[in-house]
Design a protein around this ligand. Structure first.
Ligand code: PLP
Length: 402
């Protein structure tokens, strides 16, 4: 008899199950709009040319070895990543109030943040947007948070943000609640607050003494401009908030399986920042000891070299422009077909994902009848579209709705 016999079967993780179902599906044509990764116009993964070039340089470097990295990772990486987020000339950075920690991609950054907030600050309540990237809940509850709550975000009627609802929910949140905020390119809705709305969010959070936990998984990838995509985080820092921000380099560098992430801490006192860093060091040491090298070294090399940095910014523009053009193409086709309803939200939403407005039944119909794989929530990855399949997908949406 097994010791493990009472372990219950866990539920499948939708996005991975969907991807497997797509790969196993022999039908053609089929389209994968489920997975959260960039695809080029041929539907293939894209290794950024600047990443390839950097890897070649690294392969020829006889001084690189496979020694352990420090517990908090490569300093050249975490400093450059933090500067990318806060801006080169950020006063908190130069005064020693902010520091970065190299962690295991965006998810690892969130986990370390949740671990720190739960164990060190004893925070117990966290809020996510309704809806959010589904893993926020698992990460925060696994790290010890007992009280998971939602703030209103998506308004199905306007297919935009329910801003009044959001503010009302933040106003009634208990003090010290951790509020998870998507820095840009909200996943899954593709709807970001305007700068005026961010100002109001900050005002309410200050008034209610709420803690900002930014999640920045798409810097540069959203608008094509790294400064613009960091605006909200920088605004909160300028307003004097202490905060954490999880950064992922999976999407904007195309380094999904290298698990390159940074967790930025911003405190309002240098001595406090030093103590915080010492506790994070112990936390990492007790979890995985130290992070891997390869991906972080690629990012550090690119961010610290002006020529490569420019090449990377050009790559980001290529990706964000392609997404933008697919949004336009899809909307044009849906409108030309006379698909019922408004499709304006497809082009006004930003980033990789679009919340189409299709309900769970319609999304399942898209999979079963047209082999167009998408999440039950109606979320599609715009990168899964390309000039060859956009007509097919638009027609599938048209037929599903009619
Ligand atoms: N946060 C958001 C909002 C995301 O969409 C993702 C990935 O899809 C992540 C965090 C984490 O990504 P990763 O752990 O691959 O860096």
């Amino acid at each position: 008899m097994s010791r493990f016999r009472n372990v219950p079967q866990g539920p499948p993780i939708e996005v991975f199950a969907l991807n497997k179902a797509f790969l196993d599906d022999p039908y053609e044509p089929k389209v994968n709009l489920g997975a959260g990764a960039y695809r080029d116009e041929k539907g293939q993964p894209w290794v950024l040319p600047v990443v390839r070039k950097t890897e070649r340089l690294m392969a020829q470097d006889d001084f690189l070895n496979h020694e352990y990295l420090p517990v908090l990772g490569l300093d050249t990486f975490s400093s450059a990543a933090t500067a990318l987020l806060l801006g080169e000339d950020s006063h908190v950075f130069s005064k020693g109030l902010a520091f970065g920690v190299q962690v295991l991609s965006g998810t690892g950054a969130l986990r370390m943040a949740a671990e720190f907030l739960s164990k060190q600050l004893k925070y117990n309540t966290f809020y996510v947007s309704d809806p959010t990237w589904e893993n926020h809940n698992l990460v925060f509850t696994n790290a010890g948070f007992k009280d998971a709550r939602k703030y209103r975000y998506w308004d199905p009627k306007t297919r935009g943000i329910d801003f009044e609802g959001m503010i009302e929910d933040l106003k009634s949140a208990p003090e010290d609640s951790v509020i998870i905020l998507h820095a840009c390119a909200h996943n899954p809705t593709g709807c970001d607050p305007t700068q005026e709305q961010w100002k109001k969010i900050a005002e309410v959070m200050e008034e209610r003494k709420l803690f900002p936990m930014f999640d920045s998984a798409y810097q540069g990838f959203a608008s094509g401009d790294i400064e613009k995509d960091a605006w909200a985080v920088r605004y909160f820092v300028d307003k004097g908030f202490e905060l954490l921000c999880a950064q992922s380099f999976a999407k904007n560098f195309g380094l999904y399986n290298e698990r390159v992430g940074n967790l930025t801490f911003v405190a309002n006192c240098k001595e406090v920042a030093v103590a915080v860093k010492s506790q994070v060091t112990l936390s990492v040491r007790g979890m995985y000891s130290n992070p891997p090298n390869h991906g972080a070294r690629i990012v550090a090399t690119i961010l610290n070299n002006p020529g490569l940095f420019q090449e990377w910014k050009d790559c980001i523009k290529i990706m964000s422009r392609r997404i933008h053009s697919m949004r336009k193409e899809l909307r044009d086709r849906l409108e030309k077909l006379g698909t019922p309803g408004s499709w304006e939200h497809i082009t006004s939403q930003i980033g990789m994902f679009s919340y189409t407005g299709l309900n769970a039944k319609q999304s399942e119909h898209m999979i079963e009848c047209f082999h167009v794989y998408m999440l039950k929530s109606g979320r599609i990855n715009m990168c899964g579209l390309n000039p060859e399949n956009v007509d097919y997908v638009a027609k599938a949406i048209y037929d599903t709705i009619n």
